[in-house]
Design a binder for this molecule. Sequence first.
Ligand SMILES: *Cc1c(COP(=O)(O)O)cnc(C)c1O
Length: 303
Amino acid sequence: MNSKITSQNEIVKFSLIKDVELVIKREDKIHPHISGNKYRKLKYNLIEAKHQNFNTLLTFGGAYSNHIAATAAAGKEFGFKTIGIIRGEELADKIADNPTLSFAQECDMQFKFVSRKDYRKKTESKFLAALENEFGNFYVLPEGGTNELAIKGCEEILTKEDHIFDYVCVSVGTGGTISGLINSTKKHQRILGFPALKGNFLQEEIKLFTTKDNWELITDYHFNGYGKINSELITFINQFKERTGIPLDPVYTGKMLFGIVNLIGKDYFKKGSKILAIHTGGLQGIQGMNMKLQQKGLPIIIE
Ligand SMILES: *Cc1c(COP(=O)(O)O)cnc(C)c1O
C-alpha cells in the first residue's frame, strides 16, 4: 500500500458557519474503494500479514460494514484471499439485495454468516480455532479493524501543515482512528470525538491506545444509536452536499458534521478558531441506507 498518501484539505463555505474556519480533510478520496480511515487501519496490518507469509485475511462485520467492504477491496488489490464473518444468518440468501455484501462478493470475499449469539464470540480463542479448522491459516483483523497497527496507520492522517488547527474533529466507532489522531497532535490542539453509537465504554478503550489527554468525546450527536438516523439528519446531509459539494455518510461523518455545525451555532468554539474535521469516508454505506429509507417511505440521501 502507498506509504506517502496524503489527502487534500477543503475549506467549507457554508452559510451556517460564522467567525470560525472549518476545513474538511478529504480522507474519503484516498482510494475509490478502500476509503478513509479503513485504508489507514489496513495499511500496516497488510504489510505485517505479507511479512508473516499469510495469504488469507479473515475479519468480522455487520451487513453494511465499511470495514468489510474495504477489506474485500484491499484483499483483491493486494493479493490476499478474504473471508468475512458476517453478523446475521438471515443475510445468507439476501446478498443480492445488499450493496455492501454484493460489492464484497464481487471482490471475491468468501462469507460465513453467523447468528448474533455466535458473532459475540468473535474474540474467543475457541471460536477462532474452529474457524481455523474450517478455513486454514489466516491473519485476523478485528471487527472495525482496530489494533495497534491500525492506530499506527491513523497516526499518518495529519501532516505538519495541520498543526495550525486548534481543533481536530473525528467520528468515533471503535476508537482506533481517534487514538491515532491524538497520538499525532500537538499539545495546543484539542481533539473532539463524536461517537456514532450510544454508551460510555469508548472513553476507556481510547485510553488503552493513547497517553495524552488533549481530547474529549462529544456524546450528544449519535442520533439514538449506531446506524440510526432521522429526517433531520438526512436533510442536513443533503443540504451540506448541495451547498459545499461534499458528500457525507449517514452512520459516521454526517452525524459528526451535524454536531460540529450545531456547536458552531451555539458558539462552542472561540471566535477565530480553526477547526479541521476528518472525512473518514464510509460513502459506500449510502446505497444500503437509502434502500432501507425507501422501504420506510422516508426521504433518501441524494447521491
Ligand atoms: C469505521 C469508521 C469510523 C470509526 O472509526 P473507529 O476507528 O472505529 O473509531 C468513522 N468513520 C467512518 C466513515 C468509518 O467507516
